[in-house]
Design a protein around this ligand. Structure first.
Ligand SMILES: Cc1cc2nc3c(=O)[nH]c(=O)nc-3n(C[C@H](O)[C@H](O)[C@H](O)COP(=O)(O)OP(=O)(O)OC[C@H]3O[C@@H](n4cnc5c(N)ncnc54)[C@H](O)[C@@H]3O)c2cc1C
Length: 493
């Protein structure tokens, strides 16, 4: 629609005003909240963004309360180069939570095979002694991938969008990145010259704590996981989920506490719209808000659609028909125990001599947990210090199954909180990637998790979908799936 303003310049300029549209987002985790924020940014303040959430805002970013303090039970750490998360925290006036130093060890079911000390140079020497230069090769590999991945921020700042995860990855790292989503991490690392021993004793424990899986996961998500094992990590003071509620507020989004049960296409002339049916415990919501509002021009699904996640959404009337996506999500149980760590289990009968804040594990038959760590609350006061192992502290255990009662009763503890997550995709090396555009104006955010699951990945996908939806709506084909973007951006300046 073009309006001619009645200003002195109206003879020369016509202002293109975007056609108003009605967008809806399903899910208020970091992906959905960031999508609402970016939709508002691109479509302007006039549109109303409806966000449906069946549970708590934050989704897989959640806290549990133990002994009057809150602790992260889901997504907890953020890399210093995760620029969207950084920008959200800045815009929302939130604070970084300072990290409290603590040493890590690796346990193989019998012994600690790797122990961090207070001396950085000694640690480096030990790594070199045991694994040669594997760790330097690995560091360089991760840094090279991150450097390429960071191109996305430039592309997105210039408004470019991608219609599939493949296109997005290809623009960042060419076919190399796409291949990394298809081949096992262990193969890539062996090819790089990383030793098998380093893979078994260092890489495997990192995959187990971050994704509950082993080194056969694809190399791309493996690199995301290894980036999350570096030193420069942070979290949000007060809890990472504050970013989600903050973004919804900043976007002035209309939060509807309801479960979307079905989505169906509605065609009015050449226009594709989607009808959303949502239910809440007050009955069918449809009549709760004005009748036209359940008809949307743009719908973004910001929740995994695999059957094991049970989003409960049915897709009706689409041709070709589509249903839940193939594959499963991996079940990870986060158990937060307030009590005493049984350090004898790790070969330290005297807890006062146990110097570690986190213990990672190698893949060992009969080991029922992936990691155990002394955790800090989401609010850290200035005088805060980690509890010593001889004192009662708060520990987070990640395990594939709920912990056996026998394990828990052998501990001395005050409280136990268990969260069973459908945490991240079960990564096979040949599963392919999910589509972003399911139907005209119907977008799927969580396909990016098959490349790598992390808060920043969902945020990158959110920005991409908001841009894509905007360009599709305004028929700007020259901003989608463009090639050679690094060169183009340089010449645009
Ligand atoms: C134990 C654990 C540890 C992790 N650690 C880290 C970490 O340290 N760093 C990191 O970056 N990432 C980590 N992650 C991954 C990270 O938490 C996720 O990648 C990210 O939070 C996904 O956000 P999302 O918004 O895409 O999905 P979700 O957070 O899953 O949001 C989807 C939302 O949609 C809602 N929903 C579903 N169906 C419907 C429906 N039909 N109607 C209405 N609403 C619906 C759900 O209730 C949910 O709130 C971890 C995850 C887990 C579980």
């Amino acid at each position: 629609v073009s309006h001619v303003h009645s200003s002195p310049f109206s003879h020369f300029f016509s202002v293109i005003a975007p056609v108003l549209c009605a967008p809806a987002v399903v899910g208020a985790g970091i992906g959905g909240s960031a999508t609402a924020h970016f939709l508002r940014q691109h479509f302007g303040s006039e549109v109303q963004v409806d966000v449906f959430e069946k549970g708590a805002v934050g989704g897989r970013l959640a806290t549990v309360t133990v002994n009057h303090n809150d602790y992260e039970s889901g997504g907890s750490i953020i890399h210093s180069l995760n620029l969207h998360m950084q920008e959200f925290v800045k815009q929302l006036g939130l604070k970084y939570r300072r990290s409290v130093a603590g040493k890590t060890a690796v346990f193989n079911g019998e012994d600690m095979i790797l122990e961090e000390t207070d001396w950085y140079l000694l640690d480096l020497f030990r790594l070199w002694w045991r694994y040669g230069i594997s760790f330097i090769r690995l560091q360089m590999w991760v840094e090279e991938i991150m450097e390429k991945f960071m191109r996305i921020y430039k592309y997105q700042a210039h408004g470019y969008a991608f219609s599939s995860v493949e296109e997005l990855l290809d623009s960042l790292g060419g076919s190399g990145f796409i291949n990394m989503t298809r081949r096992p991490l262990s193969n890539s690392l062996l090819e790089l010259g990383v030793s098998q021993r380093f893979i078994d004793e260092v890489i495997e424990p990192v995959m187990r704590v971050n994704y509950g899986q082993n080194v056969s996961i694809p190399a791309f998500v493996g690199a995301v996981s290894l980036a999350g094992a570096q030193n420069n990590l942070w979290a949000v003071e007060g809890g990472n989920k504050l970013v989600c509620s903050g973004l919804l507020k900043m976007a002035n989004a209309n939060l509807l506490q309801a479960q979307v049960s079905s989505i169906s296409p509605v065609y009015t002339g050449a226009v594709h719209r989607s009808r959303i049916l949502a239910t809440c415990n007050l009955g069918i919501l449809q009549s709760g808000y004005k009748h036209h509002k359940n008809l949307y021009d743009i719908v973004v699904l910001a929740t995994p659609l695999q059957a094991s996640v049970r989003s409960g959404i049915r897709f009706q009337g689409f041709t070709p028909a589509f249903e839940e996506l193939p594959g499963n999500y991996h079940s990870t149980v986060a158990t937060i125990v307030h009590g005493y760590l049984n350090t004898s289990f790790f070969g330290f009968p005297d807890p006062r001599l146990f110097p570690f804040a986190s213990v990672l594990t190698t893949e060992t038959l009969d080991l029922f947990f992936n990691s155990v760590a002394s955790v800090c609350p989401v609010n850290i006061s200035t005088g805060f210090r980690r509890k010593q192992p001889q004192e009662a502290g708060v520990y987070k255990v990640f395990s594939p199954q709920p912990l056996d009662k026998i394990f828990l009763t052998s501990q001395s503890y005050y409280s136990v909180q268990v969260t069973e997550w459908q945490a991240y995709p079960c990564y096979g090396s040949n599963q392919g990637l999910s589509p972003v555009e399911l139907h005209p104006n119907l977008y799927y955010l969580n396909g990016i998790e098959l490349a790598g699951s992390a808060m920043e990945m969902s945020s990158v996908a959110a920005k991409n979908i908001a841009l894509l939806a905007y360009h599709r709506w305004n028929r700007q084909t020259d901003m989608v799936d463009q090639k050679d973007l690094m060169h183009r951006i340089k010449t645009e300046l």
